[in-house]
Design a protein around this ligand. Structure first.
Ligand SMILES: NC(=O)c1ccc[n+]([C@@H]2O[C@H](COP(=O)([O-])OP(=O)(O)OC[C@H]3O[C@@H](n4cnc5c(N)ncnc54)[C@H](OP(=O)(O)O)[C@@H]3O)[C@@H](O)[C@H]2O)c1
Length: 239
């Protein structure tokens, strides 16, 4: 049975992704920074008949927590097939780059960028043991510099800390994919699209089922699939 670790899988898009990956037959490790929230998520999935799910406690901003999660997973499995760096925070209601509080900016980067980088670094050896390793960095259309310069969408003017962190995450995707080019790794940035979750006080226009769809698609890519690309919903978009 293939294995997948999803960070921030106790709710929102991560939870829905966990559910659908479990339905596809993967063994799903539900990453949750708070044990009780993760256990609730596992229980909900068990109640839906999905027994191929387990909790892994992991706070992506805490290096010791990530290391503990890696040791725990190493004791349970030989190889990790898929890592989905999904954990993310919005950084609050409004952040213009000229006025954003620097601590706020750092906090958003801690989770959305450094969190994904240090999690990947800790799990890369376990992924390397898979025949078909896949990494999905859950990004956002707000990470696209091209869209920032071309769209009139008002969201592109008020989430600057978040946007910068997702642009940085996209840079990580490109560097990592280039480092592993010529291997079986497929590493992509995927935006779920504007999805109703706690992150946006449920203002998003899509359901979590719609948001999870492209993440699943790139988490389960075949060996002829893309690597080092950025997909918005299911279409490739400009960085
Ligand atoms: N919703 C959208 O419209 C949208 C659009 C584009 C991209 N995205 C991206 O999609 C991903 C999922 O977001 P969502 O909309 O599902 O938001 P959400 O419902 O707020 O879920 C965020 C998840 O991340 C977890 N998390 C936050 N900080 C963490 C940390 N330090 N360590 C581990 N887990 C942490 C949260 O855990 P707690 O429950 O403990 O807080 C929660 O499980 C994010 O990367 C987000 O940027 C969302």
């Amino acid at each position: 049975m293939k294995t997948v670790l999803i960070t921030g899988a106790n709710k929102g898009i991560g939870f829905e992704t966990a559910k659908q990956m479990a339905q596809l037959g993967y063994f799903v490790y539900i990453g949750s920074r708070v044990k009780t929230r993760g256990l609730d998520a596992v229980k909900k999935l068990n109640e839906q008949g999905l027994s191929n799910v387990e909790l892994i406690e992991i706070d992506v901003t805490n290096f010791d927590s990530i290391k503990r999660a890696r040791h725990e997973l190493e004791n349970r499995i030989e190889a990790l097939d898929v890592l989905i760096n999904n954990a993310g925070i919005s950084g609050g209601p409004s952040q213009n780059i000229s006025t954003v509080n620097i601590e706020n900016l750092r906090e958003v980067f801690e989770t959305n960028f450094f969190g994904a980088v240090q999690t990947t670094q800790q799990f890369i050896d376990l992924l390397n043991k898979s025949n078909e390793p896949r990494i999905v960095n859950v990004s956002s259309g707000l990470g696209s510099l091209t869209l920032h310069n071309s769209t009139q969408n008002p969201n592109y003017k008020i989430y600057d800390a978040y946007s910068c962190s997702k642009t940085a995450l996209n840079a990580f995707t490109v560097m990592l994919a280039n480092e592993f080019r010529g291997t079986n790794f497929k590493i992509n940035s995927v935006s779920p699209g504007y999805t109703a979750t706690d992150l946006n006080q449920y203002k998003g226009t899509q359901t979590v089922e719609q948001g999870a769809k492209p993440i699943i698609k790139y988490a389960t890519l075949g060996n002829d699939g893309a690597t080092g690309k950025f997909f918005y919903e299911e279409e490739e978009i400009q960085w």
